[in-house]
Design a protein around this ligand. Structure first.
Ligand code: ADP
Ligand code: MG
Length: 604
């Protein structure tokens, strides 16, 4: 057994070297290698440092080439400001940086790196080539380092303006560290993740990644919203983009924007959670808690929300230089920041403090009790009922005491009906009508805040609608936009759909546009003096009726909660209550033997 001998010799070696020790300075290379232990853990950490240097140098395009998961080669080229010939050696020396000069600089540091540790650390554990051409120079200069300081003076080489750092044979001289590397695939996975994070933080920077001569990522600069959405899809997947809500809010000198996944997109791991504070990725408990809380009633216990969010605030309110890997922050106004994030996300999701602006009145509550508050675990609880009730004979005590007015969903019936169970018995809901009314209410709420939140389509959709309607679309562009639909005229008879109301995602964009233009034409032809906006809004809401995209139990549960809050419309009931007595009467039974539930008829 080989392993046996090894520890024994190790111990021997240790007792020897533990003997004398007077204080002495660490040789530079050793100091750098020790520092490398902190900065350079694996290929991904090298890539992170190198990319940050590119960005600090103002690069607008970055090319990465990687071999064997980054262990064989990492080559990063940028078109940034470059390094002057005389500074090349210095760039590889410890605590040499161009970014911080004084203590005051450190207070308001805005560059990503500033410790001057990365390059010397990397050079101490690899074979490194640093080639650069500064703006003012007419050619590039190169220095070479092999596990230590540069081996000689800079040599001239052809190079475009900018910098290339090439790192080969990582940990070739520190075998103990090399042992900690995982498989090339795993290492590449980490490295890829680092690149994704940066891709999402710098939309204006072009990024290309090749691994073992295969193109993995190729991102052009994203300047408008459509391009940003495309980059988001390239990095996080088209699925996320489709199932996410775009948001943007500002208040009290803070701005939060980005995308949050809708609850149906929850994940089994917290692997799609990007939060940027003033452009810098942070992993922060306070932030995570705030977002989590906004989702609390919407996703199962043990599932994780997905989000890409950007918080911008005055740097003096946050302390970014807390942790060496710079992912944790300290907020001076923690409570304020927490509440702001929570409110914004809750509002985007249409829940919690954000959506509850109006009073929630109990309507049609058969037993006269007020609807229960939505406590944590609401969905989980609904699911438990759902599973137990759909699986076997329902026992009366499976409905907990705080069942909300319209109860928990049991089943969706053909024809667009929902069967639910509440404390008084069964509830039958007209799903179409319910979706329409709830959508109407949400659209109204959006309008009252200025305009309805919209979401861009991944690819704009062109639509032939006829001359009259195309002209109307153009003429009433602003009004239509306030409803969350963006239409532009493409030609004499055609329009393009660019955005749809976020809360109508899942419905057919062509259907939305057509129905809206139809209503518009009708209203204008009829010259009715009714509110044009209302008519258009209803035409949009009508499209939601048939949208079965959100028929998961948790969505249906959410829908029931919203129906509970609607004002009753006597001309069009949304649901009926069926008590055991009603059923007994239906079957012409003598008596149920139980309590008579008050109010046999439901109103909705
Ligand atoms: P830090 O980034 O903390 O200053 P580094 O060791 O990462 O320390 O880099 C040392 C210095 O080398 C930087 O301050 C910068 O002046 C220069 N440098 C490194 N990479 C680049 C690059 N891609 N373009 C321009 N200058 C660079
Ligand atoms: Mg750096």
């Amino acid at each position: 057994m080989r392993g046996r001998r090894f520890p024994i010799t190790m111990i021997g070696a240790m007792t020897q070297s533990a003997q004398p020790s007077r204080i002495h300075r660490l040789p530079t290379v050793l100091a750098n290698q020790i520092a490398a232990g902190e900065v350079v853990e694996r290929p991904a950490s090298i890539v992170k440092e190198l990319l940050e240097n590119c960005l600090d140098a103002g690069a607008s395009a970055i090319n990465l080439e990687v071999e064997r998961g980054g262990v064989g080669l990492i080559r990063v080229r940028d078109d940034g400001s470059g390094i002057h010939r005389e500074d090349l050696g210095l760039a590889l020396a410890r605590h040499a940086t161009s970014k911080v000069h004084t203590l005051e600089d450190l207070e308001r540091v805005s560059s990503l790196g500033f410790r001057g540790e990365a390059l010397p650390s990397i050079a101490s554990v690899s074979r490194l080539l640093l080639t650069s051409r500064a703006d003012a120079e007419d050619r590039g200069w190169q220095v070479v380092a092999e596990g230590g300081p540069p081996t000689g003076e800079p040599a001239p080489v052809p190079h475009p303006p900018g910098t290339t750092v090439e790192v080969r044979d990582l940990f070739y001289n520190t075998p103990a560290r090399r042992k900690f590397l995982r498989s090339e695939r795993t290492e590449f996975g980490h490295l890829h993740e680092v690149i994704k994070r940066i891709a999402l933080s710098r939309f204006d920077t072009a990024l290309r990644l090749r691994h073992d001569a295969r193109s993995v990522l190729s991102l052009s600069p994203a300047r408008d919203e459509a391009q940003r959405t495309r980059r988001l899809a390239a990095v996080c997947g088209a699925d996320f983009v489709e199932k996410s809500l775009a948001l943007e809010y500002s208040a009290m000198d803070m701005r939060l924007w980005g995308w949050v996944g809708d609850p149906s997109y929850s994940r089994s791991q917290a692997d799609l959670q990007y939060f940027y504070l003033n452009g810098r990725l942070v992993r922060d408990k306070l932030v995570q808690h705030a977002v989590r809380q906004a989702y609390q009633d919407l996703i199962y216990h043990g599932r994780h929300p997905a989000y890409v969010l950007y918080l911008e605030l005055d740097p003096s309110v946050a302390d970014v230089n807390v942790h060496p890997t710079k992912q944790e922050v300290r907020f001076r106004e923690a409570r304020l920041v927490h509440d702001f994030i929570y409110r914004c996300v809750a509002r985007a999701l249409g829940t919690g403090a954000g959506a509850d602006a109006g009073q929630a009145t109990a309507v049609g509550w058969a037993t006269g009790r007020a609807p229960a508050a939505h406590g944590p675990g609401r969905v989980g609880e609904a699911m438990r009922d759902y599973a137990s009730l759909s699986g076997g004979a329902p026992a009366p005590d499976t409905v907990p005491g705080d069942t909300p007015a319209l109860g928990r969903p049991l089943a969706v019936l053909e024809g667009g009906f929902l069967l639910a169970r509440n404390a008084a018995g069964l509830v039958l809901v007209d799903l179409r009508a319910a979706r329409e009314r709830v959508t109407q209410r949400r659209l109204f709420a959006g309008l009252e805040e200025g305009s309805v939140r919209s979401q861009p389509l991944l690819v704009p959709l062109s639509l032939t609608v006829g001359q009259r309607r195309a002209a109307l679309a153009e003429e009433h562009r602003e009004l239509i936009l306030s409803l969350g639909l963006e239409l532009t005229r493409l030609g004499p008879t055609s329009v393009a759909v660019h955005r749809i109301p976020a809360l109508l995602r899942g419905t057919d964009p062509a259907g939305l546009a057509t129905s809206l233009l139809e209503a518009l034409e009708e209203e204008i032809r009829g010259a009715e003096s009714g509110n044009l906006g209302d008519a258009l809004l209803e035409s949009l809401a009508a499209q939601a009726g048939g949208n079965a995209a959100e028929d998961s139990p948790e969505h249906l549960d959410g829908l029931l909660r919203e129906v509970e809050r609607l004002q009753a419309d006597p001309t069009r009931p949304l649901w009926v209550q069926m008590t055991p007595n009603d059923l007994a009467a239906y079957f012409r039974r003598e008596s149920t033997g139980g309590n008579r539930a008050p109010g046999g008829e439901g109103r909705g």
